[in-house]
Ligand binder design. Structure first.
Ligand SMILES: Cc1cc2nc3c(=O)[nH]c(=O)nc-3n(C[C@H](O)[C@H](O)[C@H](O)COP(=O)(O)O)c2cc1C
Length: 202
């Protein structure tokens, strides 16, 4: 059984701790899904590469091709991992702007794992007061465990510790939620709803 997940990373730095957390989470989800007999295909969207397109879409109402492709990938995904750096105690503006241009019903009933990075663990509550409400508004199904990594969490022995435990638990929750659902089927807006014969007869 195959399923796809899209990983949205809003980190701006290179290398990015947000991307690092996103990669750890997707690896945990892939492993957990494999244990359930599901092969997860992963597509990563680095929002910094789409930043100009997102602004153009907000200004014109039309997504450039690369952004359209990214938005289609999100709509067609069986699950999502969404990771933002904390800026001023909330999600970053780029992260919010991306989800402002995602089609309004694209996340409905879609399993989403939310995560964030920050300079201080004191701002981990951004997951609860900013990210979780936004995804609730979009009718997504956020898995119970969200993951926050502060700067001090990196650099030690990542194979153990609380962060590692949360990553594994969150990945497992996402994998289970994806595995128990039917694959997402996105309707082709250009497909014929009536056969050629019926059209000609009409
Ligand atoms: C404009 C700005 C605002 C920030 N505000 C916060 C904040 O309120 N709380 C926090 O914990 N970290 C804050 N940070 C630190 C970033 O969240 C942190 O460095 C993040 O992990 C960077 O992610 P990246 O390595 O993927 O770019 C801020 C950073 C910037 C540039």
């Amino acid at each position: 059984m195959n399923r796809t997940i899209v990983v949205v990373s809003a980190g701006l730095s290179r290398p990015s701790s947000t991307r690092l957390l996103a990669d750890r989470l997707s690896a945990a989800a892939v492993d957990a899904a494999a244990a359930l007999g599901v092969r997860l295909e992963v597509r990563v969207l680095e929002l910094r590469d789409l930043a100009h397109d997102i602004t153009n879409h907000l200004l014109t109402g039309f997504p450039p091709a690369a952004l359209r492709d990214a938005l289609d990938a999100v709509a067609g995904a069986d699950g999502l991992i969404a990771v933002t750096p904390v800026f001023n105690a909330s999600y970053s503006g780029l992260f919010k702007s991306f989800f402002d241009v995602v089609d309004s019903d694209a996340l409905a009933d879609k399993p989403v794992l939310i995560a964030a990075t920050g300079g201080t663990a004191r701002h981990s509550l951004a997951l609860k007061h900013a990210l979780r409400p936004m995804f609730a508004y979009l009718h997504a199904i956020t898995v119970p465990t969200s993951v926050f990594a502060a700067s001090e969490d990196w650099g030690g022995d990542e194979s153990e510790g609380e962060l590692r435990g949360r990553i594994l638990r969150a990945g497992d929750e996402l994998a289970r939620e994806v595995a128990r659902r039917e694959p997402v089927a996105v309707a082709d807006p250009f497909s014929l709803t009536t056969s050629f014969e019926d059209l000609l007869a009409g």
